[in-house]
Design a protein around this ligand. Sequence first.
Ligand code: HEC
Length: 123
Amino acid sequence: MKISIFMSFFLLLSWACTKQKVEPKLSDINKVTSCDTSKITFSGKINPIFVANCYGCHDQYDSQFAMQPFSTLKLSISNNKSKFLNSINHNPGASKMPKNGNKLSDCDLKAIATWIDAGMPQD
Ligand code: HEC
């Protein structure tokens, strides 16, 4: 009897310790889920996404969808907004971009949509 009480206590204690270890820290949760779309600028967020994923194929000489310089980029997107959004969101039937590459992260897609909705400022 004494042993089983001791054992229960020990099990409870080890369970409590395990539980504590598994509990994720709030700071980690924020790191994973945060996608701050309140301070998006072209130079700080949007342009780096296009540099890393698009400009290599879509420069100013590109006849399919020119994305440079900025004035051309803005014109290309505003004239083909749904085509552009369908492409980067890999929607059915769209020409999926980046071509032969992975879809942009949800956070990047959200940032681009937010920037377009704000009127594509060159900030
Ligand atoms: C490896 C080269 C390559 C990369 C990288 C690339 N594209 Fe493209 N893109 C193309 C080609 C080639 C076409 C012509 C259509 C096709 O072949 O699918 C095209 C077409 C497009 C079109 C027009 C689609 C249509 O329906 O006509 C859009 C919009 C577009 N790209 C946007 C982007 C964006 C935004 C990125 C970056 C996130 C990107 N592309 C990255 C090669 C690329």
